[in-house]
Design a protein. Structure first.
Length: 367
């Protein structure tokens, strides 16, 4: 056996050791998230290059968003019932392989397959990484998504054909998923979750609604940024890099100082930067990083408020709340959101919601 083959075999077998099960698996699933979103970004970018009419392009974008984000909660309910994340991820990457293979034969079919694959992978991969409900692990999984999406879109925008490379990468990752020992999902008891106390049912519902509203409003602002810079890939790539770093750093910091406190600090610090420094790339991207850095913490809070129903929380946080915030961009109202006053008002309202959430959680605690 040659040295390269031996090295690859040792790499695969290392995932069977206990330390790599805990850490390496999260990094690998995060890489799969980046590749999944890179495939989607490339497809969506190529739609523009294929010289099809605007209606078909709009339909393709709408279908992808509807399936990829709107489909996550139904997937979460099914995964929660079956408890087989590995099989779900295998299905997701099987669909990705098929999507890449048929793209030039039927771009619309590829978009549909990629949308379904994305919904499945986000929930299955995210629920495995969030099993212990640590914001850092959630951030590590979430971070590569936006980087992959922007990278795929940029390559498509430049007219570079990477279909063969994507097909090979998706196939290799599918094989890795077959080999890796991903255990059946364990149900998390709410008493075992990190850091907080029990809530009554009414308080659970209220806190969940408040957190989902914050996530949706963050999605609105994120879409505003993409709309402003939609034809400037230099800015988009800088924004993506800021979001990537922010999610990982924010997850780590949130675990250290507390999820709610970090969310409040990050929102307060991000507000002036994203409102008044839109033309200063460094300061603006720092603000975007701060805004996105609260995603792991709010997701961890949502998992906790739902008594450890990780799949549902991931489906709501990564899917339903995101598409709820994006719906406004299919209406004429989106032009109103471009003003500084509206952005500042939204972030201020998010801060108020988080203060109210914190107050209700403190009142709900025993002792």
């Amino acid at each position: 056996m040659c040295s390269n083959e031996s090295g690859f075999l040792l790499f695969v077998l290392s995932f069977y050791s206990e330390p790599m099960k805990k850490k390496g698996l999260i990094f690998l699933l995060a890489a799969g998230h980046g590749l999944n979103d890179c495939i989607a970004g490339y497809f969506l970018g190529r739609l523009v290059q294929l010289k099809i009419d605007l209606l078909q392009i709009s339909l393709g974008l709408f279908l992808y968003n509807l399936l990829a984000f709107g489909g996550q909660y139904p997937v979460a309910l099914l995964l929660e019932k079956l408890g087989k994340p590995k099989q779900f991820m295998l299905i997701a990457y099987g669909l990705n392989v098929c999507a890449v293979a048929v793209f030039f034969l039927s771009p619309q079919l590829s978009i549909v397959l990629a949308g379904i694959a994305s919904a499945i992978y986000h929930v299955a991969g995210g629920s495995v990484c969030a099993e212990k409900n640590k914001a850092l692990n959630i951030g590590l999984f979430a971070a590569p998504g936006i980087a992959g999406l922007i990278a795929g879109g940029y390559v498509a925008y430049e007219g570079i054909n990477i279909t063969g490379l994507l097909l090979m990468a998706a196939s290799v990752f599918l094989i890795l998923l077959m080999i890796l020992p991903i255990r059946r999902k364990q149900v998390i008891n709410s008493n075992d979750l990190a850091g907080d106390k029990k809530f009554t049912l009414d308080q659970h519902d209220l806190i969940m609604i408040l957190l989902l509203t914050v996530i949706s409003l963050r999605s609105v602002i994120w879409n505003v940024f993409q709309l402003i810079h939609e034809n400037n890939y230099q800015w988009l790539m800088a924004i993506a890099a800021a979001a990537f770093i922010g999610k990982i750093a924010g997850g780590w910091l949130a675990d250290k100082i507390g999820w709610r406190l970090y969310t409040l600090i990050s929102l307060a610090a991000a507000t002036p930067l994203i409102t008044f420094f839109r033309k200063e790339m460094l300061l603006f991207c720092f603000g975007v990083g701060l805004l996105q850095s609260g995603i792991p913490a709010t997701t961890a809070l949502l998992i906790q408020s739902m008594k450890g129903k990780t799949e549902r929380a991931i489906g709501l946080s990564f899917g339903t709340a995101i598409i709820a915030g994006a719906i406004v961009f299919y209406t004429p109202a989106r032009n109103i959101l471009l003003s500084n006053a509206v952005i500042c008002s939204i972030t201020a309202f998010m801060l108020l919601l988080m203060f109210y959430t914190r107050r209700n959680i403190m009142l709900a605690g025993s002792g």
